[in-house]
Design a protein around this ligand. Structure first.
Ligand SMILES: Nc1ncnc2c1ncn2[C@@H]1O[C@H](COP(=O)(O)OP(=O)(O)O)[C@@H](O)[C@H]1O
Ligand SMILES: [Mg+2]
Length: 267
């Protein structure tokens, strides 16, 4: 049991929104995510690219879901919409029942910072900053006082098995360690939803398995909803639900395993 991915303990935060809670749907919030007719067309240099044609997707609190599909099929475009990093050309998107496409940019980034943690294939860490400084960044945006930032960044890094790497910079760590820093950063404001775009894409299989183990424990033990994009069938098969995208439309959806009534995914 020396594997950091399986030793990890992340403290629950019962206050976080978007979290699977007892009563879930009975509590008046029907779905975590409800997208209807999501369409995204990029217009550049007089050329229109339909990245998403029309996607309907309903995701419940507490799901652990994989989005798969070939390169260029629209996976990252969909993730950007789900994560409020982008707006659809048309269609509606409800996050916890709220139409986020109608929010101002400021309100949208507040929703994002408070409720969603992002993890990317290439980590997106600040290269000159230490692990701890990288993890502190979202808390600076959230206005968390310095002393608390110091404590939480240390605790989060310890929780992903990096208590011995607090002052290391990204180029002094392995890919797997960098991705664990990125996950610590994604979790530091206690989001109820993690969006990860090919999080194991740049990692060897052992590091990839550790990262997947972290996500699985977050989902099972903390009730955090996890949506990840992957090319790797071994990653997809560890998820409860798989959605396949091709040419900007959903071509297969294995369906939610979360019951319609009762508590969310975590037991
Ligand atoms: N900012 C953009 N401008 C123009 N075309 C884009 C842009 N982003 C993505 N696309 C196009 O949209 C399609 C879907 O891209 P993407 O969502 O990145 O696919 P995936 O993540 O599945 O590889 C591709 O044809 C891609 O070239
Ligand atoms: Mg992509």
């Amino acid at each position: 049991m020396s594997d950091p991915a399986t030793d990890t303990v992340v403290r629950p935060n019962p206050d976080a929104s978007l979290r699977a809670t007892t009563g879930g749907e009975g509590g008046g919030v029907p779905f975590l995510i409800e997208g209807r007719g999501l369409r995204r067309v990029f217009s550049t240099g007089g050329v229109d690219t339909v990245a998403l044609a029309s996607v309907d997707v309903t995701i419940r609190h507490g799901e652990m879901l994989a989005i798969i599909g070939p390169s260029g099929s629209g996976k990252s475009t969909l993730m950007a919409l789900l994560g409020c990093l982008d707006r659809p050309t048309s269609g509606t998107y409800l996050l916890e029942g709220r139409d986020v496409t109608r929010l101002s940019d400021d309100d949208l980034s507040a929703v994002r910072n408070r409720t969603i943690g992002f993890v990317f294939q290439s980590f997106h860490l600040l290269p000159r900053s230490t692990a701890r400084e990288n993890v502190e960044l979202p808390m600076i945006y959230a206005g968390v006082p310095r002393r608390e930032r110091r404590e939480r960044s240390k605790a989060r890094l310890e929780a992903v098995g990096l208590g011995h790497r607090l002052d290391h910079r990204p180029n002094q760590m392995s890919g797997g360690e960098n991705q664990r820093v990125a996950i610590a950063r994604a979790l530091v404001n206690n989001p109820g939803l993690i969006l990860a775009d090919e999080p194991t894409g740049n990692l060897d299989s052992r590091s990839g398995a550790e990262i997947l183990g972290l996500f699985t424990r977050l989902n099972r033990e903390q009730g955090v909803s996890v949506i990840l994009v992957t090319h790797d069938p071994r990653v997809a098969e560890k998820c409860d639900r798989v959605i396949e995208i091709l040419d900007g439309v959903v071509t297969r959806d294995s369906g939610s395993v979360i019951p319609t009534h009762g508590a969310g995914g975590a037991s």
